[in-house]
Design a protein around this ligand. Structure first.
Ligand code: HEM
Length: 381
C-alpha cells in the first residue's frame, strides 16, 4: 500500500530527515527490511537457545560454514566433534544422530540468517552509496551499524566458545546478554535511521516529552540486557510466583547478596538476577505510563498516540513476562517474550526519533512513500 504525502510548510528546529535524496523510499524500505530480518534473527536465536541447540556447531567458519553436512560421512564427522564437547558428555549422552541433526539445523539456521542479514546490508549499501543516495548522517549511521554487525558476529562466536569450555553445558550468561543487547542495539539503530528518512515533515514534541521519549529506548535496552541475564542463567526456572518471590515482595538481603565479591551477585546470584529484571520492568512500565499521560496533556496528536503505544506494548510485555515466569518458561512463552521485547524497542525508538521532529524541506512535492511504522504512527501530525 502506498500513501501520497505533501511536505508541510510549518518548519521549526526539527532534525533534518537524514538529508532527503531521490530514491529515499527505496532506502527506507531497505532499512525496514533489515529491521525485519534482525527481528527474525533474534527469534531464531531465541529458539536456538530454548531448544539447547547453540553448542552443536563447534567451529566458526564464516564463509565455508554456510555449507551444511551433505552426506552421511559429513554428518558423522560433525557429530564426532559435538561428542567431544562437555555439553554432550554431561547432558546429552543419550541423543543419537537424529537428535543431533535437530540441534544442528537450529544453530545452522541462525548462522545462515546472520550471513543473509550481512549480504542484505552490504550489497544494497554499496549500491546506494555509489549512487549518492545516502546523505551524510545516514551514511555515518550505516557505517556504524555495519561495524556493529561485524562485531556482533564475533561476539556470537565468543559466546559459543564460552560454552565449549571444560565443565560448561551452556554459554556464559554475560556473553549471551551482550549478544542479545548488541542485536537489539542494531535493531534500534536501523529503526532510528528508517524513521528519520520520513519525507513528510513533523513538528518536534515539547522538550520534556522529547527528553523522556529519548530515555525510553535506553531503559528498554537495559531491561533487555537484564532479561538476557535471566535467560542465560536460567533464573526464570526459580521463584515461579508473582508478585512475591518465595513469599516476600523483596527477598531478604542475605538471599539477594549471598555471594562474594558483592558484584558477582548481579550475574551469578539467580535470585538477584531475577529480582533486578522484575524491578526494572516496573520502572520501564511506570515511566512509559507516566510519559503517555505527560504526552497526552502537553503534546496531543501523534506524539501522544505514539507514547500511548509504547506504554501499551510495555504493559503487555510485562504481562507476557509474568506468564512466562508462572508457566516456568515453556518454549512458546520464552520466545514470545523475547520477540515482543523487540516490538517494545521498535515502538519506543520510532517514538523517540519522531519526537525530535523531522524537517523535510527538501522532499519533493507529493512524494510517494510506502506506509511504514512511523508513517502510521505519525499520520495526522
Ligand atoms: C518491559 C518489560 C520487560 C522486557 C522488555 C523484558 C525483556 C526480556 C528479554 C529481552 C528477555 C530475554 C529473552 C531471551 O533471551 O530469551 C527476558 C527474559 C525473561 N523475562 Fe522479561 N522483560 C520484561 C518484563 C518481565 C517481567 C515483569 C517478568 C516477570 C515478572 C519477566 C520474566 C522473564 C523471564 C522469566 C525471562 C527468562 C525467559 C527465558 O529463560 O527464556 N520479564 N525478558
Amino acid at each position: 500500500m502506498r500513501l501520497s504525502t505533501q511536505p508541510s510548510l510549518d518548519r521549526f528546529d526539527a532534525v533534518p530527515a537524514a538529508s532527503y535524496r531521490p530514491g529515499h523510499g527505496a532506502v527506507r524500505a531497505w532499512l525496514y527490511l533489515l529491521a525485519v530480518l534482525v527481528v527474525a534473527m533474534v527469534a531464531v536465536g531465541g529458539a536456538t537457545r530454548l531448544t539447547g541447540s547453540g553448542l552443536s556447531i563447534t567451529e566458526w567458519r564464516p564463509v565455508t560454514g554456510v555449507v551444511p553436512p551433505l552426506d552421511a560421512a559429513d554428518w558423522a564427522a560433525e557429530f564426532d566433534k559435538y561428542r567431544d564437547t562437555p555439553q554432550f558428555r554431561i547432558l546429552n549422552q543419550g541423543i543419537g544422530l537424529d537428535g543431533f541433526k535437530t540441534l544442528y539445523w537450529w544453530e545452522w539456521g541462525h548462522r545462515l540468517l546472520g550471513r543473509i542479514v550481512g549480504l542484505v546490508f552490504f550489497l544494497p549499501f554499496a549500491w546506494f552509496w555509489a549512487r549518492g543516495m545516502l546523505g551524510r548522517r545516514l551514511l555515518t549511521g550505516l557505517l556504524g551499524l555495519g561495524l556493529l554487525g561485524g562485531l556482533q558476529g564475533a561476539i556470537g562466536w565468543i559466546m559459543v566458545a564460552s560454552g565449549l569450555q571444560p565443565g560448561m553445558t551452556a554459554v556464559a550468561p554475560l556473553k549471551l546478554a551482550l549478544h542479545l543487547t548488541t542485536a537489539s542495539l542494531i535493531l534500534a539503530g536501523l529503526v532510528w535511521l528508517a524513521a528519520g528518512t520520513r519525507p513528510r515533515a513533523l513538528a518536534p514534541a515539547p522538550e520534556p516529552v522529547r527528553v523522556v521519549a529519548c530515555l525510553l529506548p535506553a531503559l528498554v535496552l537495559i531491561q533487555i540486557w537484564l532479561g538476557g541475564l535471566v535467560a542465560g542463567s536460567k533464573a526464570g526456572l526459580l521463584y515461579n510466583t508473582w508478585p512475591d518471590m518465595d513469599g516476600s515482595l523483596v527477598p531478604p538481603a542475605r538471599v539477594l547478596f549471598d555471594k562474594v565479591p558483592f558484584i558477582e551477585n548481579f550475574i551469578d546470584n539467580l535470585a538477584l538476577v531475577q529480582f533486578n529484571h522484575r524491578l526494572f520492568a516496573y520502572l520501564v512500565v511506570g515511566v512509559a505510563i507516566a510519559h503517555a499521560i505527560q504526552a497526552a496533556r502537553t503534546a496531543p496528536g501523534s506524539a501522544a498516540g505514539r507514547a500511548m503505544g509504547v506504554a501499551a506494548l510495555a504493559l503487555a510485555q510485562m504481562g507476557l513476562g509474568i506468564a512466562t515466569l508462572l508457566l516456568q518458561v515453556p518454549l512458546w512463552a520464552g520466545l514470545a517474550h523475547q520477540v515482543f521485547a523487540m516490538a517494545v524497542l521498535i515502538m519506543a525508538t520510532v517514538h523517540a526519533r519522531l519526537s525530535l521532529g523531522v524537517s523535510a524541506a527538501s522532499a519533493p512535492k507529493g512524494a510517494e512513500v510506502p506506509i511504514g511504522l512511523e508513517a502510521l504512527a505519525g499520520r495526522g501530525a
